[in-house]
Design a protein around this ligand. Sequence first.
Ligand code: B3K
Ligand code: ZN
Length: 897
Amino acid sequence: MRTDTPQTIYRKDYAAPNYLIDTVEMGFDLDPSATRVATRIAMRRNPAAAGRDIVLFGEELELVALRVNGKALGRGDYRLAGGVLTIPGAPAKAELEIETLTHPDKNTSLMGLYVSNGNFFTQCEAEGFRKITYFPDRPDVMAKYTVMLRADRAKYPVLLSNGNLVEEGELPDGRHYAKWEDPFKKPSYLFALVAGNLVCQEETVRLKSGRDALLQVWVEDGNLDKTQHAMDSLKNSIDWDVKRFGLDLDLDRFMIVAVGDFNMGAMENKGLNIFNTKYVLANPRIATDVDFANIEAVVGHEYFHNWTGNRVTCRDWFQLSLKEGLTVFRDQEFSADMIGTDSGRAVKRIDDVRVLRQAQFPEDAGPMAHPVRPDSYVEINNFYTVTVYEKGAEVVRMYQTLLGREGFRKGMDLYFARHDGQAVTCDDFRAAMADANKRDLGQFERWYSQSGTPEVDASARYDAKSQTLELTLEQSCPATPGQKKKQPFHIPVAVGLLDARGRDMPLRLDGAKGAAKDTTLVLELTKARQTFRFTGVSEKPVLSILRGFSAPVVLKYDYSDAELAFLMAHDSDPFNRWEAGQRLATRRLLNLTVAVQAARQSGHVVAVDTVLNNIEHDGALTAALRATLNDQSLDPAFRELALTLPSETMIAEQMEVIDPHAIHVARQFLRRSLARELREDLLAAYRANRTPGDYSPDAGSAGRRALKNVALSYLAELDDPEVLELAAQQDVAANNMTDRLAALSALVNSAAAGKGEALQRFYEEFEAEALVIDKWFTLQATARGADVNTVRTLAEHPAFTLKNPNRARSLIFGFCNGNPSAFHVADGNGYSFWAEQVIALNASNPQVAARLARSLDRWRKYTPALQEKMRLALQQVASSPKLSRDVSEVITKALSN
Ligand code: B3K
Ligand code: ZN
């Protein structure tokens, strides 16, 4: 446990490494209780560096021996303090030999070398390599690695590391060895080893270059019936990267290994990707449509890192979005292309924007707000955030929006031509985009340096006489920690105009040459306020602004309800078509929330429902949703999204002061009234979208299931016997996890008598499937009626453990982040529970603890009574002993910003 006073690291302090490395040779004698690691590093002084010392990082290591050019160093020859080992006065060329001991079975942080279910795994990004050996563990030190693994053959028959297997054989005492060589130089964070009792599905594929590559998916025995989808996704990723970006696999062998204990989703180690089982294992029995889609996305993401991250890596961790934002953008495009259809692409886009708004906008508005390229950090693991990833991906997407697909590709080509094999910065990427397209992207830099979500206020004036439309766009950005004032961003705003019949009008900007032909124009907003004049606008149009969500901003425009319903029915841009419905629903939900609060305040004893039932009925929303639900020309997946109301978190972010309970009551009320009014339409959609026959996870079938199941979830609000019978039947008859879970969820969230038995049956059937039991915990933690006591009881269940990150997330995060009204219960019990869990996790796994710690980020936005209780809980964590750097940073920032 690191308990030293946390230090802040600043981007401006970057200095090149004193020494560069050519080769690294490592020998591992693997043993769960004490693994000996012998490392030989060929170093030479970096002519570009100012300092002369050899600087190595190490954590939780026993140093056994240290030699420079064959000479053993004594305690007087080096300094060791605060995890930094410094060797002064070293020669310009140094062969460094280091022997260390680590204790993998005691490693509960899951960083460095650790044991999961008896097998060895590593996780080195960001700074885990220093838990294996002393090393210049920073991404701008790239080297070629040769790795020798030795272990007991019976217990650890499989020995894997990066690159190619060059030798293997027997050793005395039932041990064996395998030697691996990685032909590419890489930073230490991409090092990996796996040793254990594993089996694999493998396939040889012919690459574009004509070479053959061996693809393998490694899992524990008994899981080979769950690897096909990951293998297919990998092959599709390889093909896609060649087609879209001309990037081929550069290795003879590419491995994916699944592990049950993992802090995040997956890791792109060169040639040896290590994955959370959640993003590998799938078959219809255990995985939902969403799981199948996520596996495709994550397999793609890690594979795409091979070029964007591994061949070209980050100079320092402040540049993390250089590889993450870009690779998320690439995986988003991959998933969209895999669906293929325009409407499928739109559905994917809506999904991605939903994640951004649900998680990144609040981050940008909270105490942990940071630019896409942060200026400082205490613990880098805290900066693997939705801002660096998802907002980072939006920033990359904006290049494509501004430069066009071809221009973007030219920029990518130049980026690789210039920087292959290097560790570079976000500025280098931007320069490649600018130079390849001969564009000035100077102002675009602000997307990297300024935090906060910009707001764009739009207003329009139509002049019938001159047939012109003036669209004025005004941008601003709220203050964020450390950044009071912001400079204007370079914002691409895609705009369309609809005529009275809902058709796109051809667009022409004042002064533009040629006839109007495009129906969407990308306006470039670069000033604080700008007016764009459209000419030849023959009638007063309805505006469709920010089509496709062309920039990660909040768009304010004074739409009338009628205009929104019109856009929802007609906009040719599917994103804005969906968006119009969301705006309408948000408006309604906010009004209802205020009504709930008013009813409570007036001290009425009448049920809030009675009050809500009396407030003016909103026909516009119901009618628009009915029309969408019944519009057979629309993709079922799109209709499902249109029917899904903004989440409670999303509504909360729209409020000046968050009142989670009122939001919950309002949203439930609206769901129930919609279910009542649309009952017959929902039943019809339910029946029409069944997917009989063998299960297939393709987007079309998944979309039909999604629509059918959202219909079921609405209908279950009615608690009527006919509907509950449908759910019960589906629960018994389902041939796939998507339908099974949807049925169970409908039952559990209703007043159905048999829900207890259904839950029990589900548990018994899937007891041996950890990933399904995770779903079982989440379902109950987020169920209507679940409270702190429900979760405390579940935490006592024999299947629950805080030590497994997936399990901890399923129940604890499920409740704290996924059940806002129960978590924010007035007595503050949710917060006490949270504090206990953060403190418990802090002792075993700081990274996971710090994620949970962020559940109270937005505490200052809540009602005063809740705020006070949250502050106490935060202080309780702050004052607990032995706080990790990870948790301490999050809590300190929450309390101070
Ligand atoms: N690069 C890893 C994330 C590592 C997280 C370290 N705390 C996975 C990914 O983004 O592909
Ligand atoms: Zn990534």
